[in-house]
Design a protein around this ligand. Sequence first.
Ligand SMILES: [Zn+2]
Length: 461
Amino acid sequence: MLIRRLLWLSVCCGLAVCEHNGNDTDGETTATHPLLLVSFDGFRADYLKMYSFPHLQNFFSDGVRVDHLTNVFTTKTFPNHYSLVTGLYAESHGILASRMYDPQTNKTFTIGSDDPYWWDEATPIWVSVQNSGYKSAAAMWPGSDLKIQNHTATHFFHYNPKVTFKERLGNLTSWLKNDPEVRFAALYWEEPDRTGHMYGPDNTAEMSKALREVDDNIGLLMEQLQQAGLWGRINIILTSDHGMAQCSQERLIKLDSCISRTEYLVVDLTPVAAIIPQNSTAVSRVFSLLNKCHPHMKAYMKADIPERLHYKHNDRIQPIILVADEGWTIIQNGSLPRLGDHGYDNSLPSMHPFLAAHGPAFRKGYHLSGFNSIDIYPLMCHLLGIPALPNNGSFVKVRCMLVNETCADLAVTVGVVIGVLIVLTTLTCLFRLMKGRGPSPSRPFARLQLQDDDDDDPLLD
Ligand SMILES: [Zn+2]
């Protein structure tokens, strides 16, 4: 029975042994604290090791630090911001790239598009918050100013890149402070993505300037929340959508050198190109030309896109996709468009963002190496006390960040189970051995009985 219980414990908890302890340390339940989700676009995970972040360090020391998140493919801004607030892979939420074509409606999507149609395949968390009877607030978070499932965020801005971080933060803080029904708030900032594209992540002089400003903004955020009386009462998740890779004029893949433009339409170009052959009968010819075009570019027929990318089951994915190797740029002809780019394979560390968390629900001074970015959605639903919609994420690893959960990692769990099994097996063997050596009054009689059933030896009497 003990063995069965131990096995059940390890199976039911999956990768971690966890236990929920009820309320927060301050006596309030988790769901009574508001939650703020902040994204600094293009904050590559290893910037944390390469540059100094005094304010962020302060935030970590009293909260949780996660070194890297495995984000979703394509590692672009819109797909990943929508995955953070839905817990879905891009193929499931429908925001697959920065440029898309929908064959059902003949519509085209660009990042300036304000048609909510594109976002309606999923329900972002701010809509779920509102459906649960609370309010939400968003400052420029992608999609938050559109009527997705017929709702914008309760308080929101229309997207305008000229609005400063300070203005966005100021509005968000006052919405949180003055409207106690606001339970979820989301804040988006364009840096360090903008600088990463312009100068490339290898330009340490420019990147350190941009990252210092990001860190100053984190300091400002902590200060404003303190002034509003929210610091220590609000749960905060700081994260990003993707990283950044260095590109080069020496790493160009020119489609014009492989195939005539009359043979295909291009929906999106780099580093993941979405290609529609002009003539549906010539799909295999177009594929074959693109497939042998360049050793640093992979071509996939839609049906053959690797399962691990979770980028296949959606009408908005085109018949052929091309994926450039890290740091390579696909163009038709001409010169390098950007010194830094993202969108590459989501298994590349350079594409991964980081995460930091702080607040009454989170452990203090806790460190985790990583998990999937889609796991943030079930975590946020848990913190808000609202039901999570069907999603691709998992609560198993992220729950270890929470102060109310007792957590041990897989290695410890397996070690304990194996150790207990060895001890129990040894004890059982010893017990049987001892029993075998001791006097056993029934054994000789049984043997005699087997030898001859009709034996009337007086010993049997
Ligand atoms: Zn970008």
